[in-house]
Design a protein around this ligand. Sequence first.
Ligand code: ATP
Ligand code: MG
Length: 290
Amino acid sequence: MATILTIANQKGGVGKTTNAVNLADALAALKKKVLLIDGDYQANATSAMGVPEGHPGLATAILQRALFTNFVAPLERQPLIEVLAGAMDLNNIGQAFSELERNIMIDPVLGVVRHGATFQKTTALKGYDYVIIDTHPSLDSLLTAAMAVSDGLVIPLFPEKFSVDGLKLFYGWYNQAKVLNANLAIAGCLVTNFDQDNATHRAYLKQIRSLPEKYRIPVFDTVIPNSKSVAGASAIKQGVSQYRGKSPIAQSYRSLAKEIDKLYKDTQTTLIDPPVVEKPADIEIAIDID
Ligand SMILES: Nc1ncnc2c1ncn2[C@@H]1O[C@H](COP(=O)(O)OP(=O)(O)OP(=O)(O)O)[C@@H](O)[C@H]1O
Ligand SMILES: [Mg+2]
């Protein structure tokens, strides 16, 4: 059964889409079958994957209350990835639903049935190893729904003040989402756009690496470096692994995919006992720089 991962952070421009797209690519390189759902009306992941604008996708499936499988776009360059496209229509979707429906509206899309606080995945997801959901930087109904059906959250962070300051707010959202989905766990914070020559970045990385011990918030060992290949690859609608397969950033995404796959190999058994939620009193990530 598929492992569902939501890539989220309420802070804009911290690499959610870049990580969603390149993680999907890297998991496919491990021979995993991946469904990439673009849950952001900006539709950046859709365009980065080269899916033509106007291709029916998530919005169509939700509005028609139809199963998502009717609308997935296969990728020519990578048959192991299918994309459920995003579109501007996603921005209007909230109005078409009652509050209750808004909370559970991703259910018909993912083929998920709600049973109290838990979700049982149905056969529609059987063909996939991973579902990766890219999200918009706000606590909109799609992010709520995505968290309600996910196994794990990947939280990208630039090693910079505004980005890490946002973690505290996001942790509050995560705790709210646990009410809908007790099985939701943070797969890890992911330090991304890291510049080894930047003293501030190095100082923040050190602080972020203390999160597991200080607050029991997991952090991936893999760090995604700052790289010009990100802009180059997205300009020609490719992932960094097609654009510069031997680059350090392509290697980092391969290492992230392996780390995630190791984490979720035994999902079915590890999630029987939901992790205990403990709200840290105050997440502080401060650094001293001379
Ligand atoms: N590792 C990286 N190296 C260099 N640039 C990067 C890296 N990761 C992301 N970027 C750049 O940072 C910018 C923001 O990235 P991205 O669009 O992935 O963020 P986002 O969190 O999805 O944004 P939004 O909140 O608007 O959806 C983009 O211009 C992207 O090219
Ligand atoms: Mg984005």
